[in-house]
Design a protein around this ligand. Structure first.
Ligand SMILES: [Zn+2]
Length: 187
């Protein structure tokens, strides 16, 4: 059913964006009374033999969920880094799909390179194996990205990604957020 395609923006009770869920999952949350519908997706409707439901575009949890810790543990990091790097190998510049990409430790693990987003770059399989456990300088494989781009918080990366994919979500995405430059200035 084509109407089940697409994503729905999921907000915490506090309006903090949590991510996206599929239309089917969002409808289940609505029917189970877990979320409020903040916004419908135009006139799209989902029909069952006995009823008709408007398809949501934005839903909000009825109760506040403390997700920060869960989300970090949830293995979403890999995908978020691919999104940050725009699904582009940061050595040869080729764009690939997620299953053809890997995460490269810029400073290799063997040299105590940590698995933090700042030390992880999207790399195609060929570049990753060519680089091996060398630094970019040793391998003569300069990074296309910058330290500044690598340091952008992954939450912010995802917000920008959502804002680009659905203009109607934009107004929910940057509410109450101080810019990173402001944070840096006050740190
Ligand atoms: Zn590559």
């Amino acid at each position: 059913m084509a109407v089940l395609n697409g994503r729905v923006l999921l907000l915490n009770f506090s309006y903090e964006p949590l991510g996206t869920v599929g239309v089917a999952r969002a409808m289940c949350l609505v029917l189970r009374g877990v979320v409020f519908v903040e916004e419908f997706d135009g006139e799209r409707v989902l029909r069952s033999p006995s009823a008709e439901f408007r398809v949501p575009s934005v839903v909000r949890l009825r109760a506040y969920v403390n997700v920060r810790r869960k989300r970090q543990a949830a293995g979403m990091k890999r995908l978020r880094i691919y999104v940050r790097d725009r699904f582009q190998c940061q050595y040869c510049g080729k764009k690939k799909s997620a299953h053809e990409l890997t995460l490269d430790h810029i400073t290799p693990r063997a040299r105590d390179g940590r698995s933090t987003p700042e030390n992880l770059a999207t790399a195609c399989v060929a570049c990753n194996s060519r680089k091996g456990s060398r630094t970019p300088a040793e391998a003569r494989m300069p990074l296309l990205t910058t330290q500044r781009a690598l340091s952008v918080g992954l939450d912010r990366v995802m917000l920008c990604h959502y804002a680009e994919s659905r203009p109607q979500w934009r107004k929910y995405l940057f509410v109450g957020e101080t810019s990173e430059d402001e944070q840096r200035a006050s740190a």
